[in-house]
Design a protein around this ligand. Structure first.
Ligand code: ADP
Ligand code: SF4
Length: 701
């Protein structure tokens, strides 16, 4: 197939200062969870994007000095010579496929707490960043920078830039975004300085100019200098000589950089969940940038549609289509457009499991792309899978995300696969979940897989086919995979904070009851000790249906885990708009109809509430009955020709869709290969200097 000519513009080369990107697809710096201690994993996950056609591939935020220590969040370093080799592995992997490699050098200032290096944090006027947000909370606060600190900062940037060049990077960033140090200079709320670095916008951008100039001095004429800048707050501030301070900042900084990478100010607005922020949501803030610069502009917007990308370029919003999440969900997105296969794009669903992984301090996981981060350590590829190890026929019971991913991988491997789904439609839990308020994009998990499976001659899919153990033993497939999902339990929550059996009162509901069409009547309490999205979504849905809803949780906020996925602020806003009363730090101790007994989670003090119906969003349990029966009848397997019965997805361990998809892939890989517990473990590079330092000490110890 060949490319649609209307997308030709996406494949034009773009000059970025002294270097040229082969096309307009720009994988902007994004967190991956892979630090310098995982150099091969990192090279694998960046290299795959270059293979997939991204013209520029950047590594994630890379600290320039030990006074910028973001632990426990994963971050890279270019602190000294010893860090160079780890990055060189990544730049080699990117260059191998003809792409440019970029590095986002950063100093976190008051937004990093130096928990590991224990150096005093610094900021323009001694102010911390978002002190109420768990990952920014600390018992230590930054000190105000003096003139020598400013000189040091500029010098550290230059030194790190020099190392970046030696590591093979083609584009070196100054990062003035998202609460990090140079950004803190841009905002008067953080910057109360009375010297040449505070006051007017010309003064507040000065440190950024100096860092850009120091970068250029360090990298010379053959590496490009890039600026990443957040514009949301500045756009809201009237300018002195131009429309807003954002306009002035771009005009002042443009001559010092080869590229402008523009973004929003905080993670929830920059990397907003699709539930609350649509594709292209940044445009109203960044649309002016090209009018104030002659340098190429890159920006993001969770773009997955090539038409939306072309429109951004044609309308003069961006020169290069930036992507973080769409490039994680589909590293081969550009290649698919280039080859006229855009219907095969695995579109990001905007669930933010990826950013949540970073907030949890681990390697990024993706709902749509289970291979992300597994390229090196497990040898998984987002588009291919190794050939089948046998001619065994595989029966997969259950057509939810896990069953479909397992079928897709096995189909790619060339296995003959039969999927049997009890329901009328494929998609499992997502049939209900994707119909909840704002989650329609989640349906893409099912649609992508069904689209691919339809092209596979060796895969057959049957709906309305509930299977029992007798049938499975009778069919005689050599391999059986059980992907029967999980269910929500009616359990309440004990004072030991453990799910315990609830009463069987008929006015107690679970999300599964709602999925089955049952509706609570009268005053309804949603009791959420799951903490992910379901509790908030159920409350929203019930309000839409005209129900009077109170949301109660033992946690400190609604959908508390979603602070990780950038959803929590929006969840609270949405519940407030919907008129849902939110009560925190309480658990439902008992419900016998009409009256709910609540207990404070810390003090135990009891109170009651009038209530007609209770929806419990708490524990989930795996549906293992079919698997258990087959295990109990193991003696019959041989006679039936069955070699293995595996459990996968939520039936293996109930969780977010990302885990179910991952288990589905893992089961398909393990059918004739390594089980999930076997993978390569990455290790940092040790230099001779390190070994001299480390080994004798280790011996003494
Ligand atoms: P997962 O996220 O692990 O894929 P889901 O709950 O989304 O789990 O999907 C499980 C699917 O398995 C559901 O669509 C359900 O109808 C189906 N299922 C459960 N038991 C059987 C069975 N005995 N035979 C066929 N399909 C089944
Ligand atoms: Fe998109 Fe979700 Fe994957 Fe992140 S985890 S890239 S939001 S599909």
């Amino acid at each position: 197939m060949s490319r649609d000519p209307r997308f030709d513009i996406l494949f034009e080369p773009v000059a970025i200062g002294p270097v040229t990107a082969p096309n307009r697809f720009f994988q902007v710096p994004h967190a991956s969870g892979a630090t310098n201690a995982m150099p091969r994993v990192r090279a694998g996950l960046r290299g795959i994007k270059a293979e997939g056609g991204w013209g520029v591939v950047c590594t994630g935020a890379c600290s320039i000095h030990p006074s910028c220590d973001d632990a426990p969040l994963p971050y890279a370093t270019l602190w000294d010579e010893d860090d160079i080799r780890a990055h060189a592995l990544m730049t080699d992997a990117v260059h191998e496929h003809g792409a440019l490699a970029g590095v986002e050098l950063f100093h976190g200032g008051g937004a990093v707490l130096n928990r590991a290096t224990r150096l005093p944090p610094v900021s323009p006027s001694g102010k911390g960043w978002m002190a109420t947000h768990t990952t920014f909370m600390s018992s230590l606060r930054p000190r105000a920078m003096d003139a020598s600190d400013l000189r040091d900062l500029v010098r550290w940037q230059g030194e790190a830039a020099r190392r970046a060049k030696r590591a093979g990077f083609d584009i070196v960033y100054v990062y003035a975004g998202m609460g990090y140090l140079p950004y803190e200079f841009l905002l008067p709320e953080y910057n109360e300085r009375t010297d040449a670095y505070g006051g007017s916008i010309a003064n507040r951008v000065r440190i950024v100019q100096e860092m850009l100039d120091a970068t250029r001095d360090a990298v010379g004429g053959d590496v490009a200098v890039a600026l990443r800048i957040s514009l949301e707050e500045l756009r809201g501030r009237p300018g002195e000589s131009d429309e807003t301070e954002a306009h002035e900042a771009i005009r002042l900084l443009s001559p010092h950089t080869d590229l402008l990478d523009v973004k929003m100010d905080s993670s929830p607005t920059d990397c907003g969940p699709s539930r609350f922020r649509e594709e292209g949501a940044h445009e109203p803030v960044v649309d002016f940038v090209k009018s104030r610069t002659d340098k190429p502009v890159v920006g993001v917007g969770r773009f997955t549609s090539p038409d939306a990308m072309v429109s951004q370029i044609r309308r003069g919003v961006l020169d290069m289509v930036g992507a973080a999440r769409p490039s994680i969900a589909d590293p081969f997105l550009p290649r698919k457009i280039e080859e006229g296969r855009e219907d095969e794009i695995r579109e990001c669903i905007g669930c933010n499991m990826c950013i949540a992984s970073w907030h949890e301090g681990v390697l990024v996981r993706c709902t749509q792309n289970p291979t992300f981060g597994e390229e090196w350590r497990r040898g998984w590829h987002p588009e291919r899978a190794r050939p089948a190890g046998s001619k065994d026929r595989v029966l997969i019971v259950g057509g939810g995300p896990a069953g479909l991913e397992c079928a897709l991988t096995l189909g790619r491997r060339g296995y003959a696969v039969t999927v049997a789904e009890a329901g009328r439609e494929l998609g499992g839990r997502l049939l209900f979940e994707a119909a909840l308020p704002g989650l329609s994009a989640w349906r893409r998990v099912v649609d992508y897989r069904l689209g691919r499976l339809a092209q596979m001659p060796t895969v057959e899919v049957f709906t309305e086919s509930p299977l029992d153990a007798d049938q499975i033993l009778e069919f005689g497939f050599e391999r059986v995979v059980i992907a029967t999902g999980s269910h929500w339990a009616r359990d309440l929550y004990s004072d030991l904070e453990v799910p315990v059996e609830a009463s069987d009162h008929p006015a107690i509901f679970t999300p599964d009851d709602l999925a089955a069409g049952k509706a609570p009547a009268g005053k309804t309490v949603v009791f959420d000790f799951d903490g992910y999205v379901m509790g908030g979504l159920v409350a929203e849905r019930l309000v839409e249906q005209g129900t009077d809803v109170t949301y109660i949780t033992p946690a400190g906020g609604a959908s508390v885990w979603t602070v990780n996925s950038n959803e929590q602020p929006y969840v609270h806003r949405r519940l407030e708009e919907a008129g849902v009363a939110v009560r925190t730090l309480e658990r439902v101790a008992a419900f016998e109809g009409q009256t709910l007994t609540l207990a404070h989670i810390f003090t135990g003090s009891a109170r009651t509430l009038d209530c007609d119906a209770l929806v419990v969003v708490g524990a989930r349990r795996s549906n293992t009955a079919l698997f258990d029966e087959l295990q109990a009848r193991r003696a019959e397997w041989e006679g039936a020709g069955i070699k293995s019965v595996d459990l996968t997805g939520d039936a293996l361990a109930p969780g977010a869709v990302a885990h179910a998809v991952y288990f589905g892939r893992g089961t398909a890989e393990a059918l004739d290969g390594e089980p999930l517990e076997v993978f390569l473990r990455d290790a940092p590079f040790y230099t001779d200097r390190d070994l001299d330092r480390l080994i004798p000490k280790a011996r003494i110890a």
